[in-house]
Design a protein around this ligand. Structure first.
Ligand SMILES: *Cc1c(COP(=O)(O)O)cnc(C)c1O
Length: 374
């Protein structure tokens, strides 16, 4: 049996090696390293995959979030509501721009931001909500839209973990995660469901005016070269990454299916177990399993992780510390106990190996060793 990896980028690469190698060589031969034709082609292909009017590529997912908040004109003092249970990038850019991050707890089943908690956190200073589609399943966006409309708030979706996730509205129309709010953001970090071979990210919107602002902001605030209309940043997707992403985008649905298949295997092994809770499936969203995350009950989670390590099975804790208890984000507004669901999750979740290359044999080996321990 091959070594089990948390994410197997090598195995995935080997299956498309010739195509990728040729694409990289072509960009090198063209020397159009920045803003080459590949970037524009990828942008259009992603627009059509997502069924959205505008994709604005940028340097990474964190920048995508930052430029979104800049484009919406959010100003210091404005409050932005987001989840306490997410990767730090979401809250980092809020703080970096001098905006006030307002953290709220998540739902105990989906681990996604709790709409009722959002309502309670709204003040006269609230300007935006950043729902994070955590681990590959969409937030219940219909509820978020209702709240945003009622209080006149922007919605910036963090779809870094959910590119390809489909959300179904109650009238049965479907939209992809990241294309529902005012702006959607994603990351092409190598381990994401659509990952490149370095850093990359993108912003999506159906709003022409916002798209124009976003394009200018990622390019030093200019539209005409050397004429700067606003303060911007330098945030570009380079041509080599775009060329790689063009190839991988064609496989994204198949990659997500492979993850779902691995998840089914895990589900079957662990469902109805008294000490393990399998990921909840919200009926209005597909789940593309950026992570397969178990909730442990009445076991010492870190002992399980150690046991798996001794069997050469990697397992990770996403996330070990709630945002409101992170040293850099200590704030007198928050204390231990304020977000009981997130605090509980941080103590009891464990994510299993999840990628497109897991074999039946590996899955058997992983589940057998977990069941032996519990
Ligand atoms: C990965 C990730 C980001 C940041 O993406 P980078 O490309 O690493 O900057 C933001 N939010 C979430 C939820 C993520 O998982």
């Amino acid at each position: 049996m091959n070594e089990i990896k948390m994410v197997d980028l090598k195995g995935q690469y080997l299956k498309i090696k010739d195509e990728i190698d040729n694409a990289i060589t072509d960009v090198i031969n063209s020397t159009a390293f920045i803003n080459g034709p590949e970037v524009n082609e990828f942008q259009q292909e992603l627009e059509s995959y997502l069924n959205i009017k505008h994709v604005i590529p940028c340097a990474n997912g964190t920048d995508a979030l930052q430029v979104s908040m800049m484009a919406l004109g959010l100003k210091p003092g404005d409050e932005v509501i987001t989840s306490d249970f997410t990767f730090i990038a979401t809250v980092e850019v809020i703080a970096l721009l001098g905006l006030t991050p307002v953290l709220v707890d998540v739902c105990p089943d989906t681990f996604n931001i709790d709409p009722e908690a959002i309502e309670r956190a709204i003040t006269s200073k609230t300007k935006a909500i950043v729902p994070v589609h955590i681990f590959g399943q969409s937030v219940d966006m219909e509820k978020i839209i209702k709240i945003a409309q009622k209080h006149n708030l922007y919605i910036i979706e963090d779809a870094a973990q959910s590119l390809g996730t489909k959300y179904t509205f109650s009238d049965t129309t479907t939209k992809k995660a990241g294309t529902i709010g005012d702006i959607g953001c994603t990351s092409f970090f190598p381990s994401k469901n659509l990952g490149c071979y370095g850093d990359g990210g993108a912003v999506f919107t159906n709003n022409d005016e916002l798209a124009e602002k976003l394009r200018s902001i990622v390019n030093h605030g200019m539209k005409i070269r050397y004429y700067h209309d606003r303060i911007g940043v330098n945030s570009r997707l380079d041509s080599i990454q775009a060329a790689i992403l063009r190839i991988k985008l064609k496989h994204l649905d198949e990659y997500n299916k492979a993850r779902q298949k691995a998840a089914e295997h895990y589900d079957k092994a662990f469902k109805n177990h008294s000490k393990l809770c399998i990921p909840y499936r919200n009926e209005n969203s597909t789940h593309i399993f950026h992570q397969y995350t178990l909730l442990t009950k009445n076991i010492v989670r870190n002992e399980l992780q150690k046991h798996l390590q001794s069997k050469q099975i990697p397992a990770m804790i996403y996330y070990p510390v709630p945002l409101h208890l992170q040293k850099a984000y200590k704030d007198e507004r928050y204390k231990q106990g304020d977000f009981p669901v997130t605090e509980q999750l941080c103590e009891s979740v464990i994510s299993l190996p999840m990628h497109t290359e897991l074999s039946e044999e590996q899955l058997e080996y992983i589940t057998k060793n977990i069941l032996n321990f519990v």
